[in-house]
Ligand binder design. Sequence first.
Ligand SMILES: Nc1ncnc2c1ncn2[C@@H]1O[C@H](COP(=O)(O)OP(=O)(O)OP(=O)(O)O)[C@@H](O)[C@H]1O
Length: 242
Amino acid sequence: MSALLEVEKLAIAYGGHAVVKGVSFQIERGAAYGLIGESGCGKSSILRGLAGLHGYSGSARLDGQPLGELRGKTLARRVQMVFQDPYASLHPRKTVEQVLGEPLLIHRIGDVQRRVLAILDEVGLGAAFRFRYPHELSGGQRQRVAIARALILQPELLLLDEPTSALDVSVQAEVLNLLKRLLRERNLGYLLVSHDLAVVAHLCGHLGLMHQGRIIEALSAAQVRAGIAEQPYTREFFAASR
Ligand SMILES: Nc1ncnc2c1ncn2[C@@H]1O[C@H](COP(=O)(O)OP(=O)(O)OP(=O)(O)O)[C@@H](O)[C@H]1O
């Protein structure tokens, strides 16, 4: 059986300037893979490429099928993205119910109310949250709504772009634990991008440390916890993360 996501020699350039230079990794079902590295190393570009937001060369296959063949609605059914700032990603004048119901309406999926209530429950928000607006929610609650919106179409893969870095430290752990539970319960795959080693090691079994558009070292979470690295750059990154 093929991996959920298989990325090979992915490369991305902006106006001829290469920012991702041949990145390869794979994600199994039920597993989270992390891409870590300092700002500007190309992490978000990889997510945006996989989400169909700009072009890339190389190959990316979802369950064996080239991602480029899945466009628009089909891609949205199978791959969803969660952004760093839940406030910016939620429409200020839409209630939680409208935000969560919208993808169902677009995809002509019925039973909207039942599905909205079920997903709110799944992300740890009660039924009363349906009627709230984003400004009536805390940062953590907003990110839970963004996660619920990403999950309501029952995708197989979530692309998570710094999903906790806009949150207070205490709330970060709650949202990470929620993501961990959902990963297990739904047998999803995650591609998590972060500059925070602790966040990635908490959620991901395997990760790639990026530098200037390349994965310079592939690591397991156990290696990260033990501080074991071959590359001098990785050891520096570890030291700076302590
Ligand atoms: N739309 C764009 N046009 C031109 N250059 C871009 C564009 N988006 C990103 N870049 C450049 O590509 C490089 C990689 O950016 P990217 O956002 O992928 O890095 P990152 O590792 O995710 O960093 P950050 O954590 O700051 O988002 C950076 O040098 C950035 O300035």
